[in-house]
Ligand binder design. Structure first.
Ligand code: ATP
Ligand code: MG
Length: 437
């Protein structure tokens, strides 16, 4: 990306041409940029919000780019704080929103070059500020490098992003293989944008996939977790997975999955449907689905010489532990996965004495959704899933009747063990102790 400095005249699109007005922009963001300007700085919208507005989509958030340094931004806005180390930005709380304000900076390659040739002060500060133009070129994709200047109401395009938006094409700024080597995580961003926007992927990006998949091994697992989550909750997880599954990216990220697992595909679709109607989603649920086959395989292996409960927890630890080497799974999510898995057996078996305890479990609803999805994916669980569906629709009295009916069925089915069962029911402590999971 060298030789760009000052050399290019950007394409400028006037309001009448691009059709956006300040009324499309969050008023707090407008106000924030106005304050930057009145303090003598530049302030423009950049990235996803400009892209989405031009596509007629609702932006997730409004990111601001400025020539003010983070310290200067901090001084200007009382309710702000600097975050990030690799990329130092400032979060400015404004009205009810928090805005990301980032200082214009140079492309990483150029910044590194500069650091190499300058005194150590710059090396410690992993941020090399730049101009508006340099800031455009350091960004990942052309469609993510468009600026909206609220003062002139112009779109400013240094990189051909407007053309690519028009042609619905995702292209890196510069050479795909160079930009991917700089930061292999960008391949996951590429898949997310292609899926979310239904754009065509530049063949140069596609060609770089195998090499990039290998490079993902060097990425810190915590960063991969963040990026994979964004992929799963972009609203088009099914498309993203369909793209990823047949490539070496799937085996690099989730070695224990198979490309054609119908359960995973359904879960992605289900997640998209929930997001479409603003229902909550958690990455824990999708991780539980993705790792389910591995968990089952480990469970079967462990049952050979372990008790079922031990085999279950051993299988969970094994499957999660293996995945953690690649993608860090924060504790709250791995616990969620364990809970959902360990509830499966209890939901399937429907032991009358533990129905209410299962029902009141904090993860019941997620575990039930998981069971229903397994049934949809072809496991022979439809009867159990339907039973739990009905159970949730009943009031307490009817629920007790359902449990009684179940008890009758179970005892009729296992006539010989009736006496033992009755004895056990009278000793609740022990009954609890031998419950599953
Ligand atoms: P979303 O709608 O998901 O927020 P976004 O394009 O705003 O999409 P962010 O992750 O919020 O994505 O990043 C904001 C902007 O920062 C991007 O549009 C892009 O210009 C730049 N950016 C983010 N990550 C990278 C990266 N890894 N390499 C280069 N530029 C990046
Ligand atoms: Mg964004």
């Amino acid at each position: 990306m060298s030789g760009q400095t000052g050399a290019n005249q950007p394409r400028r699109l006037a309001a009448a041409e691009h059709g956006l007005g300040t009324s499309d922009v969050d008023p707090d963001a407008l106000h924030l940029m106005e304050q930057l300007r009145s303090a003598g700085y530049q302030g423009l919208l950049v990235g996803g919000c400009v892209r989405d507005l031009l596509l007629g989509l609702t932006p997730k958030d409004f990111d601001v780019a400025t020539d003010a340094t983070p310290e200067e931004v901090k001084q200007l806005f009382r309710r702000s704080r600097m975050v990030g180390r690799r990329f130092r930005i400032t979060h400015v709380r404004y009205g009810r929103n928090i805005f990301e304000v980032s200082t214009f900076r140079k492309a990483e390659a150029e910044a590194q070059d500069e650091r190499r040739h300058s005194d150590s002060g710059l090396i410690l500060r992993d941020n090399v500020w730049g101009t508006l133009e340099e800031d455009a070129f350091r960004r990942d994709f052309t469609i993510n490098a468009l600026f909206y200047d609220p003062e002139t109401e112009e779109i400013v395009d240094y990189v051909g992003g407007l053309d690519d938006l028009e042609n619905r094409r995702l292209r890196f700024i510069g050479h795909a293989d160079v930009r991917l080597r700089e930061d292999p995580v960008r391949i996951l961003r590429a898949i997310r944008f292609v899926a979310k926007l239904d754009f065509a992927l530049d063949p140069a990006i596609e060609a770089a996939i195998p090499e990039t998949a290998e490079q993902l091994a060097a990425i810190p697992p915590a960063r991969l977790f963040d990026e994979v989550c964004k992929l799963f909750i972009c609203g088009r997880a099914e498309a993203a997975w369909a793209f990823l599954a047949p490539t070496p990216l799937r085996s690099a990220l989730f070695p224990c999955t198979s490309p054609e697992d119908p359960f995973v595909r359904l879960a992605m679709r289900n997640t998209d449907a929930r997001i479409a109607v603003d229902k909550p989603v958690t990455p824990g649920f999708l991780l539980a689905v993705i790792l389910w086959q591995d968990y089952l395989a480990r469970y079967v292996e462990l049952t050979a010489d372990h008790k079922p409960a031990e085999a279950r927890s051993g299988a969970a630890a094994g499957a999660l532990g293996f995945q953690q080497e690649i993608i860090a799974i924060p504790r709250r999510f791995s616990q969620f996965v364990r809970d959902v898995w360990s509830l499966q057996d209890r939901l399937e078996r429907r032991q009358p004495r533990s129905i209410l305890r299962v029902y009141e479990h904090a993860r019941f609803r997620a575990a039930y959704d998981f069971l229903a999805l397994r049934a949809d994916a072809g496991e022979p669980l439809q009867e159990a899933a339907d039973w739990w569906t009905r159970f949730q629709e009943c009031d307490r009295g009817a629920q007790e009747n359902m449990v009684e009916t179940l008890r009758g069925q179970k005892t009729a089915g296992e006539g010989g063990s009736r006496r033992r069962r009755r004895r056990r029911r009278n000793r609740p402590k022990q009954a609890q102790a031998d419950s599953n999971g």
